[in-house]
Design a protein around this ligand. Sequence first.
Ligand SMILES: NC(=O)c1ccc[n+]([C@@H]2O[C@H](COP(=O)([O-])OP(=O)(O)OC[C@H]3O[C@@H](n4cnc5c(N)ncnc54)[C@H](O)[C@@H]3O)[C@@H](O)[C@H]2O)c1
Ligand SMILES: O=c1ccn([C@@H]2O[C@H](COP(=O)(O)OP(=O)(O)O[C@H]3O[C@H](CO)[C@@H](O)[C@H](O)[C@H]3O)[C@@H](O)[C@H]2O)c(=O)[nH]1
Length: 375
Amino acid sequence: MGAGMAADLAYVESATRRIAEVAKSSKIVVEKSTVPCRTAQSMRTILEANSTPEVSFQILSNPEFLAEGTAITDLLSPDRVLIGALQTEEGIAAQNALVEVYTHWVPRERCITTNLWSSELSKLAANAMLAQRISSVNALSAICEATGADVDEVARACGRDTRLGSKFLKASVGFGGSCFQKDILNLVYLSEQLNLPEVAAYWKQVVIMNEYQKKRFVRKIISTLFNTITNKKIAVLGFAFKKDTGDTRESAAITLIKDFIQEHARVAIYDPKVEHEQIYMDLSEPGVVDTRKEVEKHIQICGSAYEAAEGADAVVIVTEWDEFKDENLDYEKIYQGMHKPAFLFDGRLMVNAAKLREIGFKVNVIGKNELAGTA
Ligand SMILES: NC(=O)c1ccc[n+]([C@@H]2O[C@H](COP(=O)([O-])OP(=O)(O)OC[C@H]3O[C@@H](n4cnc5c(N)ncnc54)[C@H](O)[C@@H]3O)[C@@H](O)[C@H]2O)c1
Ligand SMILES: O=c1ccn([C@@H]2O[C@H](COP(=O)(O)OP(=O)(O)O[C@H]3O[C@H](CO)[C@@H](O)[C@H](O)[C@H]3O)[C@@H](O)[C@H]2O)c(=O)[nH]1
């Protein structure tokens, strides 16, 4: 039940049983992983069934909020540390003990204490709200492309309202990463289990919009390349789900490249960090292209953006690596090596389109229309 949506808690359960088995004295058990709301209840039932007058257990929820690429800064200087506990005398004592640990490097006012269920739900809620902002701005990016509004300008104008705030409003080819989709689907499943179908549908739309954004980008590329990419060479810059990490879990690049392969394009990939083996693994598709040899027929993994773009019909920026910015990459050189017309699709709003158009590129940026500013 819940396949593809619910969290698999088998290992949480077995770890809890193991703690119950081996504990010789009272313990505070801290949930760090992201779990469905009320997971601590099952843990408590297991632990309490094994407690004795000498050995008792307290469970705390202390969700991890670090983001990849900034993990150390996030650990050393978190916006907040959240610690949830049962609001019993023993629960609050355990909560205070963990607060004490954090106050060695985190100011006390940044440690938020709540009840256990608020803490578990807040982790899912924070990720759902962050992803929702991206889906909101991505939904607006489609309107921008159709009207001549510029999604960066819209995000800046909205973000200056202190009630909205400016962060996490960067339109993109879609959010990726191991957390957002999984955690939202977890929330959707929880809502369904709680017989709240409208709530479930509301959060599910964030994921649906994310999928739509990726498909929309692919469709735009195909239609711009005269409705076919068969045998055309597409250079994909970036494979990781975001910059400064080699992680590819749920990366938009995977969906995009699989679609390019499906449309019989030749795909050249460059990412500064991702391991080549990882790329082959991610692009294997059981029953379609299921061996590395099969994948190799469709893709070429390159050592630089220049190599990937050599002889390409289109360059597609998928990950926001700094080295793809126009002040860091020699786009003149890239242009020289490409088939003409040379198309560039910016899925991360990184390049100065006007500058690249001057070089000769046909530029397409998510959430921007070439005719912007004209009548
Ligand atoms: N990645 C992030 O940025 C991040 C941030 C905040 C919270 N989280 C949460 O932290 C948890 C872990 O995420 P992650 O990205 O580190 O996952 P991960 O897959 O990178 O790491 C999980 C680790 O657990 C090990 N493992 C898996 N099954 C095991 C088992 N049965 N016995 C022993 N070890 C086992 C794996 O080998 C791996 O080292 C998740 O709940 C996630 O939602 C992750
Ligand atoms: O304005 C933005 C911000 C991010 N992204 C994309 O969103 C995804 C996720 O980015 P980010 O949240 O920075 O990375 P994660 O490492 O997935 O971190 C998220 O997921 C973690 C795991 O739960 C949480 O701990 C973090 O707080 C939460 O930010 C990436 O593909 C980004 O490129 C955008 O498209 N536009």
